[in-house]
Design a protein around this ligand. Structure first.
Ligand code: ZN
Length: 409
């Protein structure tokens, strides 16, 4: 949702106060969402405020979650007051790496998972609590925090299968931030089914050399950690599932938030799509979310600035200012939507109507020429009057004439 809508949705209630050191932000009242999710955050070496808000918006944009955020006291604070109530939530998202919780909170969380609660372990939560055994059973794999061979084997992908490597040594490393190819290893898993099996993820940190108990763990996707930029030279797990008791856990190491709220890796349409699908699977055991034609392919990244696809109106607005030499990103987006639509006459006519609206507007000539080309193969009778009108403009005559000629064939 955009900034404008965010103001409508956010209802911030201070239940306890900063003086006590624990606060809960209720940020969603979206009607129709069936599942309740709790983002657990408050300490983290990353920008946890910006990333927690972003993942809340991502979950709400799925239409099937309402989201609350709970913040722990700051580092060094009295953690005994940090007592999240997990009851009533179908999903807990861990975005926390900091001071140990109280024994009671640890026990409550483990019981929540054991008794069937859904969990997302998100990026730096892979680093938290190296000494809490149950946490490591739940998260499956982790890094840093003085983890070593005593934490469990290294886990990576090699020759078409998962490898558990007991070589001694530390755990947790990453190379430089870069784009990298994500490869699905369980394409029939409900989280991944129907999606491209290889896609370019944008501008992220790739964790490697992770270790952990790795029990009941299924690797959904890996990415090659390139030694040229400081990586491990292995295909590292980036998304995996764990079962713990009756609980389902979806662990993604992706989504590094940069300095000062820089969130481009979270804007990746691939990250968002899989975060939403992983969330639904963890919360319910199945995935009903529809697939969106916007998705990166193996050669190009694809970002959603507001953590959701543009509406058709927004897309046409972006396209209407197009000039040759400028980015063709939005043109490619429209072409993609046409080509990957269900192809029925009704769907194509709806898109055609949007295109004709722009042809009749004061959009740039370069934009209209591009639209004439699209209409030339997907248009119907409906666009003929608009094309005839364009053909009267000397600058547009050639492209509009070309489209009319093709449509009459
Ligand atoms: Zn990071």
């Amino acid at each position: 949702m955009g900034t404008k809508n965010r103001i409508d949705y956010y209802r911030i209630l201070w239940l306890t106060n900063l003086y006590i050191g624990s606060l809960i932000l209720f940020i969603s009242c979206k009607p129709g969402a069936e599942n309740r999710a709790l983002v657990l955050t408050g300490q983290n070496t990353h920008d946890w405020k910006a990333s927690s808000e972003a993942i809340s918006v991502i979950l709400e944009n799925s239409g099937i979650f309402t989201v609350d955020i709970i913040e722990s006291p700051p580092e060094g604070g009295d953690m005994s007051v940090f007592r999240p109530d997990f009851s009533g939530y179908q999903l807990v998202i861990l975005n926390y790496d900091g001071d140990p919780w109280s024994g009671e909170t640890n026990a409550n969380f483990a019981e929540y998972v054991r008794s069937g609660g859904g969990v997302i372990v998100y990026h730096s939560a892979s680093i938290a609590f190296p000494d809490w055994q149950e946490y490591n059973e739940i998260t499956g794999l982790g890094g840093w925090g003085e983890r070593d061979e005593n934490s469990g084997p290294l886990c990576y992908w090699e020759n078409g299968e998962i490898v558990m490597d007991n070589t001694p040594g530390p755990a947790g490393t990453h190379g430089e931030i870069a784009d990298f190819l994500v490869v699905h290893r369980e394409p029939e898993h409900p989280v991944l089914k129907g999606l491209p099996e290889r896609w370019l993820h944008g501008n992220d940190e790739l964790y490697g050399a992770l270790r952990g108990p790795a029990r009941n763990l299924t690797i959904l996707a890996t990415a090659y950690s390139d030694t040229a930029i400081g990586g491990t030279g292995r295909d590292e797990p980036v998304m995996f599932t764990i079962s713990y008791g009756d609980g389902r856990i979806f662990h993604t190491t992706l989504g590094h938030p940069g300095e000062e709220g820089e969130l481009s890796s979270l804007n990746c349409a691939g990250f968002i799509t899989l975060f939403q699908r992983g969330a639904e699977w963890a919360a319910t055991g199945q995935v009903s979310l529809p697939l969106n034609p916007d998705f990166p392919n193996s050669a190009s990244t694809f970002f959603w600035e507001d953590f959701r696809p543009l509406t058709m109106d927004e897309l046409m607005e972006k396209i209407s200012g197009y000039k040759i030499g400028k980015s063709r990103r939005y043109l490619a987006d429209l072409s993609n939507r046409i080509r990957k639509s269900d192809g029925t006459a009704e769907t194509l006519l709806n898109i055609e109507k949007e295109i004709v609206k722009v042809c009749n507007s004061d959009a740039t000539a370069d934009c209209k020429k591009y639209l004439c080309r699209e209409l030339s193969w997907m248009g119907s009778e409906y666009c003929i009057p608009a094309l005839q009108q364009l053909a009267k403009d000397p600058e547009m005559a050639e492209m509009a004439g070309f489209a009319l000629e093709r449509l009459r064939q």
